[in-house]
Ligand binder design. Sequence first.
Ligand code: HAS
Length: 546
Amino acid sequence: ISKPEARLIMSFMYVAFASLLIGGLMGLLQTLVRSGTFKLPFGIGYYQILTVHGVILGLVLTTFFIIGFQYALMSKSVGMSNGQRKLAWVGYWIMMIGTVLAATMILLGKANVLYTFYAPLQAHPLYYIGLALFVVGTWIACFVNFHQLAKWKKQNPGEKSPLMAFMVVINMLIWFISTLGVATTVLFQFIPWSLGMVDEINVLVSRTLFWYFGHPLVYFWLLPAYMAWYTIIPKIIGGKIFSDALARLSFLLFLLFSIPVGFHHQLTEPGIDPFWKYIQVVLTFAVAIPSLLTAFSMFATFEMAGRAKGYSGLFGWFKALPWKDVRFLAPFIGMAAFIPGGAGGLINASNQLNGVIHNTIWVTGHFHLTVATTVMLTFFGISYWLIPHLTGKKLTPQLNRLGIIQTIIWTVGMTIMSGAMHIAGLLGAPRRSDYSVYGGTEQAQEWIGYQIAQAIGGTILFIGILLMFYIFIKLAFNSSPEGVEEFPVAEYGDHDGATPKVFENWRLWIGIAVVLILFAYTIPLIDIIQNSPPGSPGFKWPIGNS
Ligand code: HAS
């Protein structure tokens, strides 16, 4: 990766790691408030810090890290021209302006609307304008990535595109198609409403458009982790990619099934026909399949690498894995966390079980296992080689050791916090709520111990964040022995040749994705709009500025 490209990618990384620090501090404060042992000073509101936490970690950290990492994968596999790099900078600055606008409004207490910013909660117009700019910035990144692959294809006619580039383009297609929903609600509903140009908002339409984006968002977070699992981890463990075709198939299935599933977040909402909820739940179970393919593929990669090194028996390969290499250990724990995390997702998606866990802190436990463990530990694992590679340094044995300690701290903190959240959720503890004794009810008494456990886990996690931030600074700025850290790119095993050509027929796959979206959303959206004409309940809300 050339120096100017490295500078671009590092700019994304600085924002990501600064966000980790700020957002993590807010997380710590939340768990302390909920434990009943701490009150926020200076009139700061609980929902203000909850909004900072969700927006900074869920939207800013993830998106900046992902776009930066994806540029690295694209530069490595298909290259980046000067023009593409300049455009990428334009996207970066638009994202930054949007982030600063939205963050300022949250910090001023003018946008206590959480990262889901559902109506009828209302924020200052600049918050929505900031969000819109942020999305426009990311669209520029999409087009840069699409152009990078298209240019490579033109220069290499008839050749199979590099796996990394193929995966990045799929992820950016998912992002582009899904952000059309959130951009629509922001531009046509929230901005006019918050500016006072209209005094009504169709709440159900806005929530539906949000979740049209909100679920694919979680796969936009997950797929970069999968990119690392498929194309980088095999190299780190001294193995090979199990199957190119299987990896591509899994990504194509995400393109098809990750979008038409938003109703599984709205199962308890009135106004959506149960038939369409049922259809989207079926599609949700379909989107678990590419993750199961990925699990299979990872086990196969591990086993093949172990056997090639001479380890035998059913689990002999387990011993062959490089446990002392943080570039492997952190993502591996991420993978292991996704077994209960994914199982929790399947529970959430089941209509009857969703009735038990919806809006309880179980859901918070679920996404701390998925995004905050599986995805984040993989992102940390990537950082240990990517940051020194970009800054022309090496991962020293000391930093590797610190990284292993960081991984263990994260795992212990998250197990305590997320475990307590899951159990408290099953006992009925609500999510997104300030500390309360709920009028002294017996049920709420049962939650208190788990809330304290969450605060203990949250404190351990915050120590993990401080340590990660320290490691990042060391990786980026400290001098290290001669040499540059390697960018690990895995080679193919025996199954390279078997990839069907149709996998690169973009028109076909985008076409099927669009048909599935239209199938899953057209009739229910028409229903929603017809059943809630302007002025009807659920349309006009008397709630004013937050
Ligand atoms: Fe989810 C709510 C359903 C995956 C994130 N989810 C959320 C929210 C977030 C989130 C942020 O159906 C809260 C949103 C809000 O604020 O309201 N989720 C699912 C389903 C999956 C799923 C079916 N979620 C994720 C991922 C996320 C994420 C991934 C972030 C990255 N989720 C839901 C539902 C709700 C929900 C409902 C709404 C609940 C409600 O009522 O509000 C599936 O994609 C999961 C499939 C995954 C698997 C696991 C495969 C395992 C693998 C690991 C292999 C391990 C290896 C290591 C190789 C089937 C790939 C081996 C190790 C050894 C131990 C040897």
